[in-house]
Design a protein around this ligand. Structure first.
Ligand code: 5GP
Ligand code: ZN
Length: 137
């Protein structure tokens, strides 16, 4: 539990939320400002600000749970697609610094606008990245 963390407070039950699912390690709640009907966020009970701080074992379990939740939402809502999305850092759009995974049901022509301007890949740049990354992978 981290002081002044809104998601820790939600996990502790100090701030109300609507829970879809919970177990010993996770709480899955409906997003208060949903991008679509059924938009939920998966909160590990463990406080990690972002993916870099999350222990490996919880990271693995979180994605398994994301698949389970996505599968259930698809059945319940009959949506046409689902985005599983996770932001790290302000530059990436993170606004709450307790790691969470968004599971966002999508409906044909919902105009939600989760897109980006396509760039142009440069082989030279890609090769540079691969060379550097190989030192750590
Ligand atoms: P981020 O932008 O950090 O990836 O996502 C944070 C999400 O948390 C946002 O989609 C926002 O709507 C949601 N959120 C922020 N405060 C609360 C809250 O008090 N309750 C719930 N249920 N969701 C919240
Ligand atoms: Zn927290």
């Amino acid at each position: 539990m981290s002081e002044n963390c809104i998601f820790c407070k939600i996990i502790e039950g100090d701030i109300p939320s609507t829970t879809l699912y919970e177990d010993e390690e996770f709480k899955v709640i409906f997003d208060i400002f949903p991008a679509s009907k059924g938009h939920v966020i998966i909160l590990p009970r463990y406080h990690a600000a972002n993916i870099f701080e999350l222990p490996q074992e919880i990271t693995a379990k979180a994605f398994v749970l994301a698949k389970k939740i996505a599968t259930v939402l698809k059945k319940v809502l009959g949506c046409d697609g689902i985005n599983i999305l996770q932001n790290n850092g302000e530059a990436a759009g993170q606004t709450v610094f307790h790691l969470h995974i968004h599971v966002i049901p999508r409906f044909k022509d919902d105009n939600m606008g989760l897109t980006w301007k396509q760039g142009q890949a440069s082989l030279e740049v890609l090769e540079e990245i691969v060379t550097e990354a190989k030192k750590y992978l």
